[in-house]
Ligand binder design. Sequence first.
Ligand SMILES: C[S@@+](CC[C@H](N)C(=O)[O-])C[C@H]1O[C@@H](n2cnc3c(N)ncnc32)[C@H](O)[C@@H]1O
Length: 392
Amino acid sequence: MIEDNSIQKDLVKAELRARELGFEDAEAFLRYLISANASLESHGEQGSDGVREYYRSKSGIMYWGDSRAYMASKMKDESVDLVMTSPPFGLVRKKKYGNEEADRYLHWFRGFASQFHRILKPTGSLVIDIGGAWNPGVPTRSLYHFELLSMMCREYGFHLCQEFYWWNPSKLPSPVEWVNKRRIRVKDAVNSVYWLAKTPWPKANNRRVLAPYSGAQQKLMKNGYEAKLRPSGHDISDQFSKDNKGAIAPNLLAIDCPEEAPNLLAIPNTESSGHYQDYCRKNDLPIHPARFPDLLPEFFVRFLTDPGDVVFDPFAGSCVTGEVAGRLGRKWICCELDESYLKGAIGRFTKRGPKQRRKPTSYSIAPPCSVEGFDDAPLATGEKAVSRKTKK
Ligand SMILES: C[S@@+](CC[C@H](N)C(=O)[O-])C[C@H]1O[C@@H](n2cnc3c(N)ncnc32)[C@H](O)[C@@H]1O
């Protein structure tokens, strides 16, 4: 009887500890601890949260384990300036790196949301890069990423500072069935990137992320501009022709990710990401299949943090965020569940190039409705595929 009682007490304790660390219940935490222990290689001491230090550079640390557990047990309140991350997307078909199904996504994300809110400084920001998803079997979109945004703001008290769209010019058309075969949807070429904060006033300065002026703007600054009221009602003053050393970036970030279509636009992201891939190939390690290009974290690290600030990526993957943050003189912490990705991530830190500004690359997007001869292509409705023959 006494023994039963103490087991009961231990179970309650385990349940409470699991929840404290962000797990659904004690069973989920136990499963996580078993899988973390199952690895053959040992890198450093594993704490009671199942998280261990994996690699350390001058500016940051990579941890191997569940970032919910790491945040709950190791991170202090209001200690982080920027959480910059790309969680596994709620894709309908599960991918190798463990996507949660769309309908379970919000529930799964809660364990992270509360911790993000706790660890962020009042001046800090949370930036989430998230891709959209299609519902299974029908040409309609899942609402999961909109629901995530709504949950973060309504339930966890985040403020939406601005939504960004990352346009990837080398994205291939998909899903093939709706876009290429039946022609009833268009190419999905953007990821949403949510910039959230604990207060409406996180620190930021768009001068840090200026883009070069367009040719038209340069001409205008050279030749001057007649100040007048635009038909839209905008009062364009002569300030418009003032040279502010660069154009204010829009919330559409055009960044190529050539892995998606290596033969179409083979523009390397940066030398360092080439170095990462070479390192993985040379050491027979998996190259992370869902990396973001380094310009994405670079934009937000420059825009929202100062040198010396702390940048945290809780879904680190190949640790692009850590590499960029370190290169820009920020401190970084990366946490990743899958050890095989961390092995490759170390390659990012074995050779560090000098800090350098990126050379401007511009992408063009052709206007739609500019190809002749398809005005009478039949419109499809219902489940039947549209005939491929179109009258000419
Ligand atoms: C979309 S990838 C991030 C890729 C990364 N931004 C990059 O560029 O390499 C999401 C990563 O989150 C990791 N992950 C999933 N759940 C996690 C958890 N609870 N704690 C830490 N990492 C997790 C996955 O293993 C996966 O590598």
